[in-house]
Structure formats: C-alpha cells, structure tokens
Design a binder for this molecule. Structure first.
Ligand code: XBP
Ligand code: MG
Length: 252
C-alpha cells in the first residue's frame, strides 16, 4: 500500500483552459505578424493538439501542407514571438484557473505534500501562468518545474515525468499525476504514475481507458455534482474531488 507523497500537475488544460483562448490566439498573432497566410480556427487547433509542443505543432502543419515550409530557425523564431504574445494574453488575466485547482493545491501544500509541474509547455509560458493566474508565491511552493525542451521527447513519452521524479527523488508509486488529455495520461502512465484526468472541451472525446479516474473537473465543495466518466476505483466521489480521493487512488 503506497502513500501519496507527491502530486505532479500538467499545465495546459489541467491548471487552466489555456489552449483555445491562450495558445491558439497567440500562434495566430505570431503568424499574422510574420505575414504567414495561416490562422488556426478552434476546430483545426483541436486536431493539432494531437501534436504536443508548439514548435512541433507548426512543423506538423507544414508537413501536411497547410503552411509554407520554413527552416527550424524560422519556426523557433516564430514560436518565440508566439510565446511573447501568450505571455501578454496571460498577463491580461483572461485565463482563470479551473475549478478546484487552487483548493487542492493549497490543501496539498498545507499537508506537506510535494508539488510539482510536468508540462510540454515552454518555461516562459508556464512562468506567466504561475505569476498571473496562480500567484507568485507558487514559484517557491512547487518543488520542481519540469517544462518544455529540457527532455528529448515530449508527451506522450514519459520523459518529462521521469525527469520530475528524478529531480524530486520521489518514487513513482508515491506520486499522482493530474492531466487533461490522452497524450498527458499516456505520458504519466508510461512513467508508472497513477493518474486522474479532468477533461475539457478539447479532450472529452479522448480515450482514457485505464486511467484511475476521469472527471469533468476537480470541482468546488459548493459547486454542482461533477460528472464521473470513468471510476474503476468507485470511490465516494459525488460532488468534487478531494485530496482523500487522490490518496485512496495511490493507496490502491
Ligand atoms: C500542452 C501542449 C503545449 C501547448 C503549447 O502541453 O501541447 O504544446 O499547447 O506550448 P501540456 P508551447 O498540457 O503538457 O502543458 O507553444 O509553449 O510549446
Ligand atoms: Mg494538458
């Protein structure tokens, strides 16, 4: 029976719904600014989310013939501009945290659990979200910020979770991942972590077969009952996800 010692959080789609009104808009601003005749609409961007990483996503769109070809350096420059636009959008405070995120983070922190970030996103984009949506105090409360290109392979590869676990020196069996997408869940699972999934508009149709719990959101105690889509552990989850539920999942 394992004890829950650590929670590793995905960022985009899990901490906050950043993709549609944040990353997507920022990519389009960068394309427009560079004179590239391409805009990613909401549905197209949903398809493109199958490819993790912004630079990789642009490359994919080029390879399938929907964007003019350009060398890696140009893609990297375009992506750097996209990150600046994203930072500005986040600084405007237009992307709030998802329900229950702050509650669970604060409760876990107060109980002395180790908290970390494990994301595909560029560090500068992560920093903007921490500063403007979570609050600067969280820079010191997360024991690891594992993000972006620090590992060779992005999600669904397990690399970013393995990196975070290595930095923390905490075993996988004592750690739970919070994710929102199939790529994220596969990455956590491949690293040997239990995983709770909070779906969103872009990921509700993904296949999470084998995930430990799939819910519509973490929810607030006074909120509406959450929709439990998959719950093999059949715990007492009716209205919102509590730390005790996460502990019970890791205990097995
Ligand atoms: C989500 C992603 C990222 C973002 C954009 O990652 O796939 O690529 O869409 O990030 P996660 P960058 O859910 O693991 O946080 O443009 O900064 O690469
Ligand atoms: Mg995600």
């Amino acid at each position: 029976m394992a004890e829950l010692k650590c929670i590793l959080w995905d960022v985009d789609g899990t901490l906050a719904d950043t993709e549609r009104d944040g990353h997507r808009v920022a990519f389009n601003m960068a394309f427009d600014e560079a004179g590239i005749d391409r805009q990613w609409d909401v549905d197209t961007y949903g398809e493109l989310l199958a490819v993790t990483g912004g630079k990789e996503r642009i490359r994919f769109d080029i390879d399938r013939g929907d964007m003019p070809d350009m060398p890696y350096e140009t893609i990297a420059g375009l992506h750097a501009r996209k990150t600046i636009h994203y930072q500005s959008l986040i600084a405007e405070g237009r992307i709030p945290l998802r329900p229950g995120v702050r509650r669970l983070l604060e409760e876990a922190y107060a109980q002395g659990l180790t908290l970390g970030i494990s994301t595909t996103t560029t560090p500068a984009a992560l920093d903007a979200l921490i500063e403007h949506s979570l609050g600067k105090a969280w820079f010191d409360r997360f024991a690891v910020l594992a993000a972006g290109d620090i590992v060779p392979a992005k999600k669904p590869a397990p690399d970013i979770y393995n990196y975070a676990l290595q930095q923390l020196a905490i075993p996988a069996e004592n750690t739970l991942a919070l994710e929102d997408s199939a790529n994220g869940w596969k990455s956590a699972h491949a690293a040997g972590l239990k995983c709770v999934v909070t779906i969103n508009g872009y990921t509700s149709g993904h296949d999470f077969d084998g995930a430990d719990l799939v819910v519509s959101e973490l929810g607030e105690p006074d909120g509406e009952a959450i929709d439990v889509l998959q719950n093999p552990h059949a715990l007492h989850i009716a209205h919102h996800v509590e730390l005790a539920h996460l502990q019970a999942i890791v205990h097995g």
